[in-house]
Design a binder for this molecule. Structure first.
Ligand code: KG4
Ligand code: ZN
Length: 339
């Protein structure tokens, strides 16, 4: 079953064609990074205008890349939120129009559910449940117990900044480019992660929620102590900050794993799951456990993409085949609810 997915929740205009939830036939992403580098972050109106320009060419490119015609496409999947409303509307309106014109069923997909299903892309073996999933991206941070396909218990979420948002804001404090995560992680390689003692917000005993805004403020105060930061200061600040984020993420993931004794797999997903130090810290934390650790199979599936949306749609459709029809109205949402 081939599904065409559309993703426009933030600053990537993306279209992909995925077969049976895992086989990626095309994955096209028009990035707006160059555009937003000038402002050091995403300006929603500029992002939406760019989506309008790129949406149709990106869809046409995906069909050409997959060598697939419309008759072979079973359904259109689209991100319905959360995200920037003006960006989401471009994707949902396009998907509704195509669904109506081509008589295809329409499957709205929650963006975080999409990220979760990025771990199913290109897999060859069956993924076992229950799986514990840490989703870490620019807008979201959740710890989720996934009991079966499309069954999600949110154990914890961010109370303020998501991990990626903290990376982006700290990068701005240090005068680095956008997006901040890859920049911080690059300069942190030459930094001393023990030079600055930044707070680790583990919150109340037993809580699986996250909070990174205090950490970001601590970095700001430290950075302001000097009139001018040297390259080494910046690298040490970046490394110390990254270590504080990673320690909390890996620590909470491990604590949740210990709380639920029957976990079969542990997954990372979302833009920050591209972070090498996070991956190595999780491997270290679980080194004595016989547990399958999984990350999206490629960096391009960690950050926003449409393959994960088309992949998730397959499993949503399998779970509830009667639910989806053609050209339903999709109201974009900024809701953090899984459904
Ligand atoms: O999942 P994503 O593409 O978009 C959202 O759904 O928000 O995540 C984007 C976030 C950005 O904040 C970016 O700085 C962060 O992921 N990111 C990273 C890395 N690559 C991307 N953070 C840390 N290390 C990285 N290597
Ligand atoms: Zn995302």
């Amino acid at each position: 079953m081939k599904i065409l997915g559309i993703e426009t929740s933030c600053d990537e205009t993306a279209c992909a064609i995925v077969e049976d939830g895992y086989k990626v036939l095309a994955n096209v992403i028009a990035s707006q990074i160059d555009l937003h580098q000038k402002t050091g972050g995403v300006v929603p109106e500029i992002a939406a205008r760019e989506h309008v320009l790129k949406m149709i060419p990106v869809i046409e490119e995906a069909l050409a890349e997959a060598k697939v015609g419309w008759p072979e496409i079973y359904a259109i999947a689209v991100t319905r939120g959360p995200g920037l409303v003006s960006s989401l509307i471009i994707g949902t309106e396009t998907a509704s129009a195509i669904s109506y014109a081509k008589e295809k069923i329409l499957i709205p997909v929650q963006h975080i559910v999409g990220h979760i299903y990025s771990n199913w892309l290109e897999v060859e073996e069956e993924i076992k449940f229950p799986a514990l999933v840490l989703t870490v991206s620019g807008g979201h941070n959740e710890l989720i117990l996934m009991k079966d396909h499309c069954e999600f218990d949110v154990l914890g979420e961010t109370r303020d900044d998501a991990a990626g948002e903290a990376f982006d804001k700290v990068a701005r404090i240090l005068g680095l480019g956008y997006p901040g995560g890859p920049e911080i992680s690059r300069i942190a390689e030459n930094g001393n992660s023990r030079r600055f003692k930044f707070p680790r917000a583990f919150l109340e005993q037993g809580s699986f929620d996250f909070s990174f805004s205090g950490l970001k403020t601590a970095v700001l105060h430290e950075a302001k102590k000097k009139e001018e930061l040297s390259g080494q200061d910046k690298a040490d600040l970046a490394a110390s900050f990254q270590e504080a984020v990673v320690e909390v993420l890996a620590g909470k993931l491990f604590a949740a794993y210990q709380r639920f004794s029957n976990i079969k797999e542990v997954h990372l997903a979302g833009g920050v799951s591209a972070n090498k130090r996070l991956r190595s810290a999780v491997i270290e934390k679980f080194s004595l456990e016989k547990i399958k650790l999984r990350c999206p199979p490629s960096i391009k599936y960690c950050t926003d993409n449409a393959a994960m949306i088309a992949g998730a749609a397959f499993f949503l459709q399998q779970k509830n085949p009667q639910k989806y029809r053609s050209a339903t109205n999709i109201i974009p949402t900024t809701s953090f609810e899984i459904w």
